[in-house]
Design a protein around this ligand. Structure first.
Ligand code: FAD
Length: 475
């Protein structure tokens, strides 16, 4: 019923000029979830003449794009979810362009930022010049090299294969390395424990060492952390831009609780504050994360393979802790404009905002953590998270105690409509689960960042949403 393979070129084509013309029937399509996957799918289907209805459990669009404007003072905001877009994410940038959103540079590496390890605060630029300033116990052949240099050497052969053979090289790379965690890959390359610790801390990979090496490799060689942008005024401008077109097609406060289908139609049962209701359509696109789907009743059971994928797909945790500061002391006192500081404290990574300079104030991302680093913040009460993160940050920037005005935190792994921060393959899961994750089940198609190979990025959610729209449009 569905076209089996949809190419990246076909998907890009939809982002550029909409779904292909076809004289097929006008279908009623239930889209569950108004995150980016659901929004782009519904938008393109509507433009192609279909009738989408989006059921969204929250009272807003955007899902894991969440710009917090409270509890901050007027004009200030911070990103609890997605905060940056790399230049290579063509699908994301194409929707920003379609809606005329203004982009500003998002500073990643800043030589003026710090490394704070073992109580020692050193500028990134100094470490770049003399890596031996750091307190890591390296093997003789590793001494004098930065973490980045060691990493580049480790993946040199893979990069050569990609340079000479292009995208086609990925099949062989996936076959050879899918079973490796990042830690296993580094051990396989002969790295000392000191080098693994140094790379883990500095590249912010320590908590992700047991995840699939391919996840990190794809981001790194794909340039996902290079040449980045943020949306002027807040990332929520992107999902909100769909509202003028799609607003009437969305039902907010509608939580899917059961899915049913027969040969002719699908039925989504959902709950609102007014009780239980159901919506019937010709097809449905399910974009909710798999941890959420586990708690949805499936009246006509999915294939065993799909059930296994929903059970087994690994999701990562992520925590953000944000502080409103009365003064941009990192800029005024220390000359740090944008970028971040990395430490071995529980806060781990701090980002200095590029936006908000006109207010004189700033909302600093005091702590951004993943995996177990994030789980540990989740075990604290919201009040203790702020207090502990303040103590941590004061070791690096003592000024914070005088300048702190308000704090907020977001634990994605405890969010009832996310169930985790994002999908992140365990070793072996790409081979084992990917094809099954994206496979339709009868009249249901699946989208969301988890149904892509760009996990944890808006790009992945858009790609999967467009794929689902194409599948239904061509069915
Ligand atoms: P979601 O946005 O999660 O959408 C799913 C929707 O389904 C939600 O609106 C949810 O409320 C709804 N829903 C859930 N359950 C139900 C139910 N039972 N019934 C009805 N509706 C339901 N990406 C980037 O490109 N750049 C970044 O800098 C970046 N940083 C990130 C940082 C963090 C901390 C996190 C968590 C993610 C980040 N991402 C980033 C990833 C990006 O935010 C996601 O990949 C993308 O927003 C996911 O979109 P989605 O549509 O797949 O899922």
């Amino acid at each position: 019923m569905y076209p089996h393979h949809i190419s990246p070129a076909q998907i890009r084509q939809v982002a550029e000029s909409g779904l292909p013309e076809n004289a097929g029937p006008r279908n009623k399509i239930i889209v569950v979830g108004a995150g980016m996957a659901g929004l782009v799918a519904a938008y393109e289907l509507l433009r192609a003449g279909h009738e989408p209805l989006i059921l969204e459990a929250r009272q807003r669009v955007g899902g894991r794009i969440e710009t917090l404007r409270e509890p901050f003072a007027d004009g200030l905001y911070a990103e609890a979810g997605a905060m940056r877009i790399p230049r290579v994410h063509d699908l994301t940038l194409s929707y920003c362009d379609k809606f005329n959103l203004k982009l500003d540079p998002f500073t990643m590496g800043n030589p003026q930022g710090y490394y704070f390890f073992g109580g020692q605060k050193i500028r990134a630029a100094q470490v770049e010049q003399d890596p031996s300033l750091l307190p890591f116990d390296l093997a003789p052949h590793e001494r004098g090299k930065t973490a980045t240099q060691l990493w580049r050497e480790a993946i040199h052969e893979i990069q050569e294969a990609l340079r000479t053979r292009g995208e086609a090289a990925w099949t062989g790379i996936a076959q050879e390395f899918d079973q490796f965690s990042t830690r296993e890959f580094l051990e396989h390359k002969g790295w000392s424990e000191g080098a693994i610790e140094m790379y883990g801390l500095m590249a912010d990979q320590e908590a992700l060492m047991n995840s699939s090496f391919l996840e990190l490799l794809r981001e790194d060689v794909g340039g996902f952390y290079e040449d980045m942008f943020e949306i002027q005024g807040g990332m929520d401008h992107l999902p909100n831009a769909f509202l003028p077109t799609l607003g009437r097609n969305i039902r907010f406060g509608a939580r899917m609780i059961a899915i049913d289908q027969d040969a002719e139609s699908v039925t989504i049962h959902y709950e609102t504050a007014a009780g239980r209701l159901s919506a019937r359509g010709d097809y449905a696109i399910i974009t909710v994360p798999f941890p959420i789907l586990r708690h949805v009743e499936v009246l006509k059971p999915f294939s065993r393979a799909k059930q296994r994928a929903i059970r087994q797909l690994h999701y990562d945790a992520s925590a953000k802790i944000l502080f409103q500061c009365r003064r941009r002391f990192w800029e005024e006192d220390e000359g740090v404009f944008g970028g971040g500081t990395v430490s071995d404290l529980p806060i781990r990574v701090t980002y200095y905002p590029d936006h908000g300079r006109e207010t004189g104030r700033g909302v600093i991302l005091a702590s951004y953590t993943w995996s177990e680093d994030a789980q540990r913040w989740g075990s604290l009460s919201p009040r203790d998270r702020i207090a502990q993160a303040l103590e941590n940050l004061a070791q690096i920037h003592p000024q914070i105690k005088d300048e702190f005005e308000a704090g907020a935190s977001k634990m994605w792994h405890d969010d009832e409509f996310a169930g985790g921060a994002f999908a992140l393959f365990d070793p072996g899961q790409q081979t084992l689960l990917y094809e099954t994750i994206i496979q339709p089940e009868g009249r249901l198609t699946f989208a969301g960042e988890h149904a892509s190979l760009a996990h944890a990025w808006i790009q992945g959610s858009i790609e999967s949403g467009l794929r689902a729209a194409l599948q239904i449009h061509a069915a």
